[in-house]
Design a protein around this ligand. Structure first.
Ligand SMILES: [Zn+2]
Length: 184
């Protein structure tokens, strides 16, 4: 896929998050990967949604995180997205928000039990939660270690990330993913 098309796609994904009311201020970001070109495209850091343009989307190498195209800094959560793409090879899109309800569960350090059919259509059980990050991990590289605790949670329990396309990080919020940025 051309970088221009990838940036357009990720721009639209980010705008859909605000329209759906899932984003508070600038605290949310969507990305999509192009596996053929070994890159991901993500929202830039700190740009208000009503100011965001397709050209602002930053293209980063999946291998080392280097910016391949774009003049703005990638979202501060980019290292979490990158770690997820590198480990969960079947995913093509990642979304992180501080949406009110999911974040409330994360702040309360509670997994979300499956109470309804819509939940069951998407998750094969309760929405999982990672362990808390250690002080050392938080100080060292909070965003990158957030990615590592997510994959640790899935590996330890042998969970298929496509059967459980999201997770709660305690005291933070939800990270979700899919085969594409749009897939639930
Ligand atoms: Zn966050």
């Amino acid at each position: 896929m051309k970088f221009k098309d990838l940036k357009e796609k990720v721009y639209e994904l980010n705008m859909e998050l605000t329209k759906a009311g899932l984003v508070t201020l600038t605290w949310g970001n969507a990305s999509a990967a192009d596996r053929d070109r070994d890159v991901m495209a993500i929202k830039p850091s700190g740009v208000a949604y009503d100011q965001l343009k397709p050209d602002d989307i930053v293209i980063q190498s999946l291998e080392d995180g280097a910016v391949v195209e774009g003049s703005l800094r990638p979202s501060s959560d980019a290292p979490t997205h990158r770690v997820l793409y590198l480990d969960f090879s079947g995913i093509g899109g990642v979304v992180h928000t501080h949406s009110t309800y999911a974040t409330s569960w994360a702040q309360a350090c509670r997994t979300i039990p499956c109470f309804g059919t819509t939940h069951a259509d998407i998750f094969h059980g309760p929405v999982p939660m990672t362990r808390q990050l250690s002080d050392k991990e938080i100080e060292e590289a909070y965003e990158e270690h957030t990615g590592h605790v997510i994959i640790e949670r899935f590996h330890q329990a042998g969970i298929d990330p496509l059967h459980f396309p999201g997770v709660l990080v305690p005291h933070h919020g939800p990270f979700t993913w899919g085969k594409t940025g749009k897939a639930r």
